[in-house]
Ligand binder design. Structure first.
Ligand SMILES: [Zn+2]
Ligand SMILES: [Zn+2]
Length: 365
C-alpha cells in the first residue's frame, strides 16, 4: 500500500516526508491507518545519535484504525480503534512474568529497524526502508504493528490524542503507580515537569497520594503542575536550596522520588530528599558515560531503593485501559499536556518539543 512517511536518512535528521510502500501484514501483524502520533524524546535521541539503522521511519506513540489483519490475529478486527505501544517477544522470562518492558529482546525488537525474521515492512521503489521501530514506525500514514503491541480502545474516545498513552504518558503514570507504588499516605518529589513527570503527577494525584512536589525550571510548566494538583512547585534555578524546600514541604523528606531529567546532580538531590526506606525511580536519558552520584553509606543507612524504569513497568493491554478509565472519571486529564500539529508540520512539532514550548506534541493525520 502506498503511504507517506517521515524518513530519516542520516543522524541528526531531517525527517523528510517521502512516499513509501507499506507491505501487507504478516501472521500476527495488523496494518493501522494512523490518526495521531506523539513525539517522544526517544524519537529525537534515535534521530540524532542512538544506533538505529538508516534510512528509518521513527515514531512510537501511534494511534489509529485497524485497516488490515494478518493471519492468526484473533483479538482485533478491521475498524477497531487502537493505541500502539512497545514491542516485546511474549515468551522470555520477563514477558511471561508481567514485566514485558524488560523483555530480553527489547533492544532488537524496538530499535533493530526490522522484524524478527530480518525483513522490513517498508520500502521505496524496491529500496529497503527500516521500520518496526517500537513495533510500529508510526511517523507514517500507515504502520505495521503486532497484535501483541496493539491495544484496542473505545471508539468514543478522542483517538487522535491517545498515542502518547503508548509510551511517554504510560511511562510517567506507570512509574508512579506500578514502579513506585504511589497510594494515599505516600509523598512524591518529581524532578522535571515534562510529559513524563506531569503524567506521574496526575497518576499520583488520581490515587490520593501526597504531598506531591514538582521541581521544574520552566514557569509555565510549574503553573500547569499546580493546576494538575501539585502541592508545591520549586524553581531549581531561583537560588533556593531545593533539598531544604522539599524537606520543609514534606515533613523532613519524601517517601518516593522520581527523576525524569537524567542529570546526575539532580539525581543526587533526589536521592538525598528521600526518607528512610524511600524509593528512587529513574527514567531520564543520561549521558552514555554517566554514573550514579550517590553516597553509598547514606543510601544504606536509610535503606534507600533505586529502580531504573522502562515504560513505567506497564503491561499496556492492562494499563492503557486503566488510564483511560481514570481519564473518563476526570482524574487523569492527560490531554492538557498535548498540542496537535498537522503531520506535514512534523519538523515544527519536533522543534516545539525541543525548545520546551509544548509539553507533548502530537501529529494529526
Ligand atoms: Zn520477551
Ligand atoms: Zn517514547
Amino acid at each position: 500500500m502506498a503511504a507517506t512517511a517521515a524518513v530519516v536518512r542520516q543522524a541528526g535528521g531531517p525527517l523528510n516526508l517521502e512516499p513509501i510502500e507499506v507491505a501487507a501484514p504478516l501472521s500476527g501483524e495488523v496494518r493501522v491507518r494512523m490518526v495521531g502520533v506523539g513525539v517522544c524524546h526517544t524519537d529525537l535521541v534515535c534521530r540524532d545519535a542512538f544506533p538505529v539503522p538508516m534510512p528509518i521511519v521513527l515514531g512510537h506513540e501511534g494511534s489509529g484504525v485497524v485497516e488490515a489483519v494478518g493471519s492468526g490475529v484473533s483479538g482485533l478486527r478491521v475498524g477497531d480503534h487502537v493505541v500502539l505501544s512497545f514491542n516485546a517477544c511474549g515468551h522470555c522470562h520477563n514477558c511471561e512474568h508481567e514485566a514485558a518492558a524488560y523483555c530480553h529482546q527489547f533492544m532488537p525488537l524496538n530499535f533493530g529497524g526490522q522484524r524478527p525474521d530480518g525483513s522490513s515492512a517498508l520500502s521505496q521503489r524496491g529500496e529497503r526502508i527500516h521500520g518496526n521501530f517500537f513495533g510500529q514506525s508510526s511517523f507514517a500514514t500507515y504502520a505495521i504493528a503486532r497484535e501483541s503491541n496493539t491495544v484496542r480502545v473505545d471508539a468514543d474516545l478522542p483517538l487522535e490524542l491517545l498515542g502518547p498513552l503508548g509510551c511517554g504518558i504510560q511511562t510517567g503514570a506507570g512509574a508512579a503507580l506500578n514502579s513506585l507504588g504511589m497510594k494515599a499516605g505516600l509523598s512524591l518529589a518529581i524532578f522535571g515537569g515534562g510529559a513524563v513527570g506531569l503524567s506521574a503527577l496526575m497518576a499520583a494525584k488520581a490515587v490520593g497520594a501526597g504531598p506531591l512536589i514538582v521541581v521544574e525550571p520552566n514557569a509555565s510548566r510549574r503553573a500547569l503542575a499546580t493546576e494538575l494538583g501539585a502541592d508545591a512547585v520549586i524553581d531549581p534555578k531561583a537560588g533556593a536550596d531545593v533539598l531544604a524546600v522539599i524537606r520543609e514541604h514534606a515533613g523532613g523528606g519524601v517517601h518516593r522520588a522520581f527523576d525524569t531529567t537524567g542529570i546526575p546532580a539532580v539525581i543526587a538531590t533526589a536521592a538525598e530528599a528521600l526518607l528512610p526506606n524511600g524509593l528512587l525511580g529513574l527514567v531520564g536519558v543520561s549521558p552514555m558515560d554517566a554514573t550514579l552520584p550517590v553516597n553509598i553509606m547514606s543510601m544504606i543507612m536509610r535503606g534507600i531503593g533505586i529502580k531504573a524504569i522502562l515504560e513505567g513497568d506497564s503491561q499496556p493491554q492492562v494499563f492503557i485501559p486503566r488510564l483511560l478509565q481514570l481519564y473518563r472519571e476526570g482524574k487523569f486529564p492527560f490531554d492538557r499536556l498535548i498540542r496537535t500539529f498537522p503531520f506535514e508540520h512534523i519538523e515544527a512539532a519536533i522543534h516545539a518539543s525541543e525548545d520546551g514550548s509544548v509539553i507533548k506534541s502530537v501529529l494529526r493525520f
